[in-house]
Design a protein around this ligand. Structure first.
Ligand SMILES: [Zn+2]
Length: 59
């Protein structure tokens, strides 16, 4: 499972995204950015999110 924390990009945002595939996370993050931050994701933001996606250790 992969994990992205929006707070790594937007300080104070508590939203987290988990998915098996990085592309699923990017889709969800894109919707979240538009809906909750009023930001249209551009290539630089997508690249930043990709760098910050971490693989979550299995429990
Ligand atoms: Zn956020």
């Amino acid at each position: 499972m992969k994990l992205f924390r929006c707070g790594d990009v937007v300080p104070g945002c508590a939203a987290t995204f988990r998915a098996v595939e990085e592309d699923e996370i990017l889709g969800a993050v894109g919707e979240h950015a538009v809906r909750d931050h009023g930001v249209q994701p551009d290539d630089a933001m997508v690249a930043r999110v990709r760098r910050l996606v971490v693989v979550e250790p299995e429990p």
